[in-house]
Every structure is written in C-alpha cells, then in structure tokens.
Design a protein around this ligand. Structure first.
Ligand code: MG
Length: 277
C-alpha cells in the first residue's frame, strides 16, 4: 500500500455503499474504510479489497467497525445501542471486532477504530470494567499485527476519555478525533478537547455540525457540510498543525442521500485544500 503524507486529504467511506473508483474520482488517494455489521468478511473479501487498493494506488489509514443493531437516533438510543456498552451484544461485537481486525491486517491497514459507546463516568460501574477489559483484549490482539486501536470521540467529555485511556493502559490505544461529534453530543469545545487528547490522536474526521437544540433534552445536534457548522474548521486545522498532527484529514459526511453526500464531500475537499495550503 502507498504511504500517506502528513495532513493528506482523504475520505471516510463505506464498504457496500461507496465504490472505491467513485471515491478516487474525488481526487483523493487515501481514506478510512467503514465496515458495517452486515458486510461479509469471509472468503475473498480481503483479497478483493487488497487488489482494488493496489490497482487504485489508494492507502487506507483505518478500517472502522460498526455493528448490527446500532442506532444514532438520539442520545438515549445511542447509549442503549452503540458500541460495547450494551451487555447483550457485547460478546458478538467483540468477536466481530476480531474479524474486522484480521481483515484490516490482511489488507495492510495500520489501524482499526470504532465507537465503543458511552463510557460511564464511574470507574466502578460494571459496564465500565467490562468494556475496559474488552478494550485491553482488542489492543493486545491488534498489537500482534502492529496495529493501533482507535476510539472515536464525542460521546464523552475529553477528561473522561483521558482517564479511561490511563486506566486501559495499552500503548497502541489511540483516538480517532471527530470535532463535530463533540458538538453533536454537546460534550465540549472540540479544539480544547483536541489539545487535551493530542498525544493519543492517530486520525481525525473532518466533519462539521451544530449544537443540540436546548429545548429538546436527549436530542443530538445536526451534522452540517464542512465549513457550515460550529466546529470552526480553520481553527481545527490550525490546532492540528500546532499539535504536530501527522495523520490524514479524513472527510466524513452522512447526508440524507448519496448524491448530496458526494457533492458535500467534494466541496469539503476543496475547502480543506484552501485552508491547509
Ligand atoms: Mg466520525
């Protein structure tokens, strides 16, 4: 796989939803590949992706795992359904994470990532303890392939995530920093959070959004095209330069329809080029 340049612009895209050729036609040669719970990873999947990446001279920084049964409808639903926090689906999601990890290793991706769900504030909480131990097991498995395991930010404030990191205590545990999520979940100023978490950040999403409506408790904020929300994307890129960030700038956009999504990703790439210089 080709190696990427620091702050190279890339795209977060999804197996089964996006074609690599379409992503490549946006003028990027790197990105992060999302794998939904329903995506078949047995058989030829790894070899097919490996060939496609090589043919397109395309580098993957990360393979992202999402799981069957997750919903991002509002904050209570996220708490109930996302990541490793819900006990009922924990064993099957752990097993699926290992499948994604092995897939990522066979196609040469240096990092895997996921939303682990809302980490409870209380380190004595049984869910906190179970998820901490699970994250340790995933890190140890990833270490065998020299991979990092990155947690997506946003669902908890930076200081809670930092304490969880110290508690997990694994050298290959990292952060995929998503500035918009800090806003969408109302968890804090993203630039301040980036500075707090800087030494653990291995990858970033370039995504934008507005804060949750104050009159609707539990509601999420609204995702917006890059540059149109409350992140302050110039400030974000400036802060990444300040902390000496070496990873890619991965544009993430979840619009209603694919046409709008691809159009917004295209504009985001242009915007990032003009800001980054
Ligand atoms: Mg994200």
């Amino acid at each position: 796989m080709r190696s990427v340049q620091p702050m190279e612009i890339g795209v977060m895209f999804w197996a089964g939803r996006d074609r690599l050729s379409e992503i490549k036609s946006l003028g990027v040669a790197c990105g992060q590949l999302g794998i939904d719970g329903g995506v078949e990873l047995n058989g030829h999947a790894a070899q097919d992706w490996k060939t496609a990446l090589e043919d397109n001279h395309f580098a993957l920084a990360t393979v992202f795992a999402a799981y069957n049964g997750e919903s991002y409808a509002d904050i209570p639903t996220v708490k109930r359904t996302v990541g490793f926090i819900p006990p009922a689906t924990r064993p099957e999601r752990e097993a699926r994470t290992y499948e994604v990890l092995e897939f990522a290793a066979s196609i040469g991706a240096p990092s895997i990532a996921t939303h682990i769900g809302f980490v409870p504030d209380d380190p004595g909480n049984p869910d906190y303890i179970a998820v901490r131990d699970l994250v340790r097991r995933i890190c140890d498995r990833a270490q065998k392939h020299n991979q990092t395991f990155a947690l997506e930010t946003g669902q908890e404030p930076a200081h809670v995530l930092l304490r969880f990191f110290e508690d997990v205590n694994r050298p290959n545990l990292r952060i995929n920093f998503d500035p918009a999520n800090m806003i969408l979940y109302g968890t804090g100023d993203p630039i301040e959070a980036l500075r707090t978490l800087a030494r653990h950040v291995v990858s970033v999403h370039c995504k934008d959004g507005d804060w949750p409506p104050q009159d609707q408790p539990g509601a999420l904020g609204t995702e917006r095209p890059l540059g149109k929300g409350s992140v302050g994307i110039e400030r974000f890129i400036g802060a990444l330069k300040e902390i000496g960030y070496q990873g890619i700038l991965s544009v993430e956009r979840e619009a209603e329809n694919q046409e709008e999504r691809i159009r917004d990703i295209r504009s985001a790439i242009e915007l990032l080029k003009s800001i980054r210089g």
